[in-house]
Design a protein around this ligand. Structure first.
Ligand code: DX5
Ligand code: ZN
Length: 226
């Protein structure tokens, strides 16, 4: 396992205070966030409803780092152009929501975005073998999608290891993102297993000191792979 990986932190605004969104996002950007993670939920693919492409467009007006949009929606192929126009840099769809996953990934690229695929806890990593050439990012759900503040599922560590092996074998530059239950305690095992992009919602925005919380996650992650 190569231990020279750079780590990327992607705070999820799902846990931010929406009335203080600009202030809180500026704070994490100024203090080392690498991406802003936007969790889009449709009340159908997942049992919760959040925001849509207009949120990405609003963020794009003041955020200079890339926007990492995680679509937890049915029929994501219908919204690809809207997210491209809003300014999404990476668009991630769920494997379980795509009948024609290969076509959807190609469409994301044609719209000028990087393409990611997310896997629910029950979905096997091997399902990505046949679309690996179209991937810029693999997102392993480390909780069941739908809510922030859930407990990390330990079996996900095996899936992260399998995904890391798949990425190394492909020789491609593919980010490996872990999402759900990531905090200063769980992050070490996640990065040792092979993740290089870490989403954190409640472990950052639910804390009194947002900056310190983000630094604690980064420090624990970097210490684990030194
Ligand atoms: C869950 C979302 C996550 C969520 C993570 O369905 O995809 O991005 O914001 O929240 P925490 O970090 O609190 O588990
Ligand atoms: Zn997410």
């Amino acid at each position: 396992m190569p231990h020279t990986r750079e780590l990327f932190i992607a705070p999820s605004i799902l846990s931010a205070d929406l009335l203080k969104l600009e202030e809180q996002v500026n704070l994490v950007v100024k203090n080392g966030a690498d991406y802003i993670h936007v969790d889009v939920m449709d009340g159908h693919f997942v049992p919760n409803l959040t925001f849509g492409h207009n949120m990405v467009a609003a963020l794009k007006r003041f955020v200079k780092i890339p926007i990492d949009t995680h679509l937890m929606i049915s029929n994501p192929e219908q919204y690809i152009e809207a997210y491209a126009e809003a300014g999404t840099d990476i668009l991630t769809v769920h494997q379980e929501a795509c009948t024609h996953l290969h076509r959807t990934l190609q469409a994301i690229h044609q719209c000028g975005m990087k393409a990611g695929v997310s896997l629910n806890p029950a979905t096997n990593v091997n399902t990505l073998e046949d679309v690996i050439d179209e991937l810029d990012l693999i997102l392993i759900m480390t909780v069941n999608p739908g809510f922030s503040g859930q407990t990390f599922i330990r079996h996900s560590l095996d899936k992260i290891r399998t995904a890391r092996t798949l990425i190394e074998a492909s020789g491609r530059n593919i980010r490996l993102e872990a999402d759900g239950g990531i905090n200063a305690e769980t992050v070490a095992e996640v990065v040792v297993a092979g993740a290089d992009m870490l989403v954190a919602g409640s472990a950052i925005f639910d804390k009194q000191d947002i900056v310190q919380a983000m630094q604690n996650i980064r420090m624990a992650g970097e210490n684990a792979i030194q």
